[in-house]
Design a protein around this ligand. Structure first.
Ligand SMILES: Cc1cc2nc3c(=O)[nH]c(=O)nc-3n(C[C@H](O)[C@H](O)[C@H](O)COP(=O)(O)O)c2cc1C
Length: 224
């Protein structure tokens, strides 16, 4: 069935359009099929393969199995993009060195911490780690994200948009001073204005503690 679907898709699109696929490693730990599935997809004309190193039964829990991802990458000749449990530039470097993957895909870690990509890029280019973003940059990006989300709500979502993005708001607070109290406040926000107020308070508290004064004030995005 897998091969039949892939073959049908490949033959339905123009030759110059590459068709790629993404699979999990198997249904459960008793049926790990990624290397074989990879071969079948390759035979069907798939040109690159992303492998999420968890089973269907795992859902999003537990660690991704990078041994199976590696075995799949060694079995097929098309490029394999490894996916699952990547949270840092160190992870990228480790799996680049120790597996046969040609690329890496990041899911949840990037949702609350988009700076991960520049940290990885920097680490790949220089071998050095980049310091994490400062508080002002974090708030600026978070507020822009919140505003754009509210202006472009996800289709079919009946939720208040800020409520929808609360898990993301929380993950933005990782490793910043007073993150516990901040998270409690973020649980309560229901409007963009409230979110802005939390941002200002957080930045004011930080400048009190460091003696740092922002003469122009935090450059927070305007409310619409
Ligand atoms: C909010 C969200 C949406 C996702 N949507 C898709 C999707 O449309 N198609 C897909 O193949 N995987 C989707 N995934 C799975 C991710 O691409 C990825 O395989 C998974 O999160 C494992 O990687 P991670 O451990 O880095 O999060 C989604 C994951 C999340 C968290």
């Amino acid at each position: 069935m897998l091969q039949a679907i892939a073959t049908a898709v490949v033959s339905a699109v123009p030759n110059h359009v590459p068709v790629t696929a993404k699979i999990r490693i198997g249904w459960d730990h008793a049926s790990i099929v990624a290397p074989e599935a990879g071969l079948r997809l390759q035979d069907a004309g798939i040109q690159a393969l992303a492998v999420h190193g968890r089973t269907k039964m795992q859902g999003y829990s537990g660690d991704a199995d990078w041994d199976v991802i590696h075995r799949t990458a060694e079995t097929v000749s098309i490029p394999v993009i490894g996916n699952g449990s990547i949270t840092s530039a160190e992870d990228v470097n480790r799996y680049r060195r120790s597996t046969a993957v040609k690329g890496i895909m990041i899911g949840r870690a990037a949702l609350g911490y988009p700076w991960l990509f520049r940290e990885i890029k920097h680490s790949l280019a220089s071998g050095e780690s980049l310091p994490p973003p400062g508080l002002e940059e974090r708030w600026r990006v978070l507020l822009r994200y919140a505003r754009e989300l509210m202006e472009n709500p996800p289709r079919d979502s009946l939720w208040n948009q800020l409520q929808w993005m609360r898990p993301r708001l929380k993950s933005f607070t990782k490793n910043i001073p007073g993150s516990r109290q901040l998270r409690a406040k973020l649980e309560q926000v229901t409007t963009f204005e409230q979110l802005q107020a939390v941002a200002r308070e957080s930045l004011d508290n930080a400048s009190d503690q460091t003696g740092f004064c922002m003469t122009e004030g935090p450059s927070l995005p305007a409310t619409r």
